[in-house]
Design a protein around this ligand. Structure first.
Ligand code: KIV
Ligand code: ZN
Length: 526
């Protein structure tokens, strides 16, 4: 039973075993439908992960595209502390390409993987187990010819037959793998089973002491974090995870949940990480902004309700003693107490100061741009909250490299249709104006965009919610567009719902444009 008189623990246990935090937001996270990030966005996320204390950043899958290769290489060049990993399949040219991308890193890692479960070997690889073993040895040996730090993953490890898994792990370590990852690729395992798996492999594989064992869990049954922590109990010392738990299908284990579970329950989880937990909220917001994936309101640690106490009984308890309903403080994960901030009389210095306390360090141009948009917002909205400032800064970050920009929009709406939108836009520096009608003001606005930038995409999702409270609250609009099976999501906020709708749609078009360019560059390169 926990000692309830002890204050919530937000510092790692001092003598605890150090766990390596391997973040794969830029690889497994970016791989999920609609979460693609631009080159600049990836660099920004990597810089924040490095500053936050992530030990290993999996920056991408270099063979997947020229864009992926270039972002891994640039992140490798720029990162100050973290090891930079690139993913590669077992093919030798994949591994060579990965080595080429991570070679500029202070510490570079090649992460190579191969399926080992009966179902994957038979249907996906169409190979016999002995052939798979040979491929493991060949791929790890090739990777070790390039770098000293090689990770090998047994894809679909949790559905692999245990004797064969042990043979594969032993062979990978013998060939030079320094980290062995046993992923729960399909999110199928349970905590006790996963713990037992690590215990068994580590006990049975004779050279297991020569490698660090790693967990990598997907959340298909909602157990990714619990499974990851159970893997530690079984002997693993590296956790692969993503910010906000983004990733294939139901996602990966969420980094912020793992770190805070370890920090808050040091009594039963005797581990330590190098993560500065006060940066978790900022990291969550950045990843949400660049991927346009909203964070679920009740998401553990970083959801907007994670520290909100609504019911009378809870509020009463909180006023008497915060520990009645709070197991960790909002400040420990970087949520600042003040939410009422500034108004139209606030100056540039105060604005810069405010951004700093919120964790944003903008360059001079970005600051000027954000300040101009803040002034514009403060003119239209009585009270500007932290959340409003975050929305406008994130929007600025996302829009910095856009080809299509909204200049102005006016809409005639009301009971007597058809509604009519007049829009002015800059497209590749050329200013154009169009008018369009529609079945409602949003439809008229989107039709005006189509008239200015003719395109043929499917609007998959259109969603509106308020960033803060009140009738002058900023509306946050999310849209998802789909073109030839490729989906992008974008978000924008403005006190005017129609302006937010136009901005979100235009941001999504810019993202699609970026995707097309990458694909064209790839096919031109053969
Ligand atoms: O889920 C998985 O198996 C993976 C591997 C490539 C590590 O992401
Ligand atoms: Zn995965």
């Amino acid at each position: 039973m926990t000692d309830t008189t002890t204050p919530p623990v937000s510092a790692p246990a001092s003598k605890a075993d150090r766990v390596i935090i391997f973040d794969t937001t830029l690889r497994d996270g970016e791989q999920c439908p609609g979460a693609s990030m631009t080159f600049e966005e990836k660099l920004e996320v990597a810089a924040l992960l490095d500053e936050m204390g992530v030990d290993v950043i999996e920056a991408g899958f270099p063979i997947a595209s020229i864009g992926d290769f270039e972002s891994v290489a640039e992140i490798a060049r720029r990162t100050k502390n973290a090891t930079i990993a690139g993913l590669s399949r077992a093919a030798l040219n994949d591994i060579d390409r990965c080595a080429e991308a991570v070679k500029h890193a202070r510490r570079g890692r090649i992460h190579t993987f191969l399926s080992t479960s009966p179902v994957h070997m038979k249907y996906k690889l169409q190979k016999e187990p002995e052939q798979v073993l040979e491929m493991i040895v060949a791929s790890v040996t090739r990777a070790r010819n390039h770098v000293d730090d090689v990770e090998w993953s047994s894809e679909d490890g949790t559905r692999t037959e245990i004797d064969f898994l042990c043979r594969c792990v032993e062979a990978a370590i013998k060939a030079g793998a320094t980290t062995i990852n046993i992923p729960d690729t399909v999110g199928y395992t349970t905590p006790s089973e996963y713990e037992r798996l690590f215990r068994t492999v580590i006990e049975r594989v004779p050279n297991s002491d020569k490698a660090v064992f790693s967990v990598h869990c997907h959340d298909d049954l909602g157990m990714a974090v619990a499974n990851s922590l159970a893997g530690l109990a079984g002997g693993a010392r590296q956790i692969e995870c993503t910010i906000n738990g983004i990733g294939e299908r139901a996602g990966n284990a969420a980094l912020e949940e793992i770190v805070m579970a370890i920090n808050t329950r040091a009594d039963v989880l005797p581990y330590a990480t190098g993560i500065d937990a006060t940066m978790l909220t900022r990291a969550s917001k950045l990843v949400s902004a660049v991927t346009s994936f909203p964070v679920q309101y009740n998401k553990a640690i970083v959801g907007r309700n994670a520290f909100a106490h609504e019911s009378g009984i809870h509020q009463d308890g909180m006023l008497k003693h915060t520990q009645t309903y709070e197991i960790m403080t909002p400040e420990s994960v970087g949520v600042s107490k003040t939410s009422l901030v500034m108004g139209k009389h606030s100056g540039r210095a105060a604005f810069r100061d405010k951004l700093k306390t919120m964790g944003y360090e903008l360059g001079e141009n970005a600051l000027n741009d954000a300040f101009a948009r803040f002034k514009d917002l403060a003119d239209r909205k009585k009270v500007v909250y932290d959340e409003d400032i975050e929305a406008l800064v994130d929007q600025g970050i996302a829009a910095a490299h856009d080809r299509i920009k909204l200049i102005s929009l006016s809409v005639i709406a009301g009971t007597r249709g058809p509604q009519r939108a007049t829009m002015k836009m800059s497209v590749d520096g050329e200013v154009k104006t169009e008018e369009a009608e529609g079945n409602g003001p949003v439809d008229a606005t989107f039709n005006a965009i189509k008239a200015l930038v003719p395109h043929n995409v499917k609007l998959d999702l259109y969603q509106v919610h308020a960033v803060t409270e009140g009738t002058d609250a900023q509306a946050e609009v999310s849209v998802r567009l789909e073109e030839n099976g490729k989906a992008v999501t974008a978000r924008a906020a403005d006190p005017d719902t129609l302006v937010a709708s136009a901005q979100a749609y235009i941001t999504a078009l810019n993202k699609l444009q970026m995707k097309r360019q990458t694909l064209n560059a790839q096919s031109a390169a053969g």
